[in-house]
Design a protein around this ligand. Structure first.
Ligand SMILES: Nc1ncnc2c1ncn2[C@@H]1O[C@H](COP(=O)(O)OP(=O)(O)OP(=O)(O)O)[C@@H](O)[C@H]1O
Ligand SMILES: [Mg+2]
Length: 345
């Protein structure tokens, strides 16, 4: 087991949940795979993907363009993502010229800029805001170094990003992520303010990531006026300094977001997913849907989220064992199961 997995707050909590249910955990591949066993029945967890979604739902969510196309088709407001193929994918009938000219066309149609990122899981890597054709070419080149597909989406100015974890049709955990903020003193440069905040409060965030994101929005030499608040960066990833606040999904003012997330989960046929909804001046759109439920950073930042995450883990792991037991009895009714003993993969 890697040190990272062993020490993660999420792994510790998940182990506790399994222990109280007499479920043994055997980590494989440095913790990437967890083999859960109870009374001779085993189920596998892969990278915080709990094996309760159908294979199709999983593949759709891992493909940002497919996911947004399906949501649009079902009338759910979302940030559109279009896919482009690496030049060496001609075997599939997609040629470099077609991809590149379509990319320039897409860029031209969105004067506020576009976001270029891998079309599959990116974990924040290779996600670039682009506002010129040379920047687009550089960003595309970077993505294609490690991914066969990239997606472009129009840049949306995000006031807040909500994460809604939906399980079996209902929201079970909800929080909002906001960008970190610094306050000007009328003398210090933005880069200096960020470095000082990093030393004092944001010690868990890589300084390089913060400064890289700032460079894409403002100059680090900019001197904010006294008491001026400046949002740092634009990516709402914990690894780029986003700050989380736990929300009560039952509160009426969040109804629209919760309904949208639950509707997105239904449209995609996912049993368990973390749906990201963004707020742009009061307009809400689904940005992406993740089937992996990552809680390490959340638990580090907000230990108060522990009881809710614990309840979620408990419900999910029990559901997983019910699926496996039903499949072994031959009474499994889920359309996604293709055989084996681990529920839908
Ligand atoms: N079109 C966009 N407009 C504005 N901001 C965006 C856009 N796309 C992504 N972002 C910002 O960048 C962050 C990372 O992008 P995204 O969530 O799509 O990828 P990821 O989290 O790296 O991918 P994954 O969760 O699949 O590993 C988002 O949380 C969001 O704040
Ligand atoms: Mg994301």
């Amino acid at each position: 087991m890697s040190d990272a997995v062993a020490v993660s707050a999420a792994y510790r909590l998940f182990s506790e949940v399994c222990r109280t249910r007499q479920i043994d955990i055997k980590p494989l591949c440095g913790g990437r795979v967890l083999v859960l066993s109870k009374r001779g029945i085993t189920a596998n967890v892969y990278g915080w993907d709990f094996g309760v979604n159908s294979a199709t739902a999983l593949l759709v969510c891992r493909n940002k363009a497919a996911c947004s196309a399906l949501l649009q088709d079902r009338g759910i407001p979302c940030v559109p993502h279009e896919v482009f193929y690496r030049p060496d994918r001609e075997v599939f009938g997609f040629v470099y010229d077609a991809s590149w000219s379509r990319m320039i066309e897409f860029f031209g149609a969105h004067p506020a800029g576009v976001v270029c990122k891998p079309n599959d899981l990116s974990r924040g890597i290779g996600v670039r805001r682009v506002s010129s054709v040379p920047q687009l070419e550089k960003a595309a080149y970077e993505v294609f170094r490690f991914s066969r597909e990239l997606s472009l989406s129009p840049f949306v100015s995000i006031d807040a990003e909500y994460r809604v974890v939906v399980f079996n049709g209902r929201c079970r955990l909800m929080y909002v992520k906001r960008l970190p903020v610094v306050m000007g003193d009328g003398a210090s440069m933005l880069g200096e303010l960020i470095a000082a905040a990093h030393d004092q409060e944001w010690t868990d965030v890589p300084l390089g990531g913060l400064l890289e994101d700032v460079e894409q929005t403002r100059r680090i030499t900019y001197v904010p006026a006294r008491d001026e608040l400046v949002r740092v960066g634009w990516r709402h990833n914990f690894t780029h300094g986003a700050r989380a606040e736990l929300l009560d999904a039952a509160s009426p003012e969040l109804r629209q977001i919760v309904d949208m997330a639950e509707g997105a989960a239904r449209a995609l046929g996912v049993v368990l997913a973390a749906v990201d909804v963004v707020n742009n001046a009061g307009n809400y759109h689904v940005l992406e849907v993740n089937t992996g439920i990552l809680t390490t950073h959340l638990l580090q930042q907000l230990p108060s989220a522990r009881p809710i995450v614990k309840e979620l883990f408990g419900a999910v792991v029990e559901h997983l064992f019910e699926l496996v037991e039903a499949s072994e009895r031959g009474s499994y009714g889920h359309g996604g199961l293709t055989g084996g003993t681990n529920g839908a993969q």
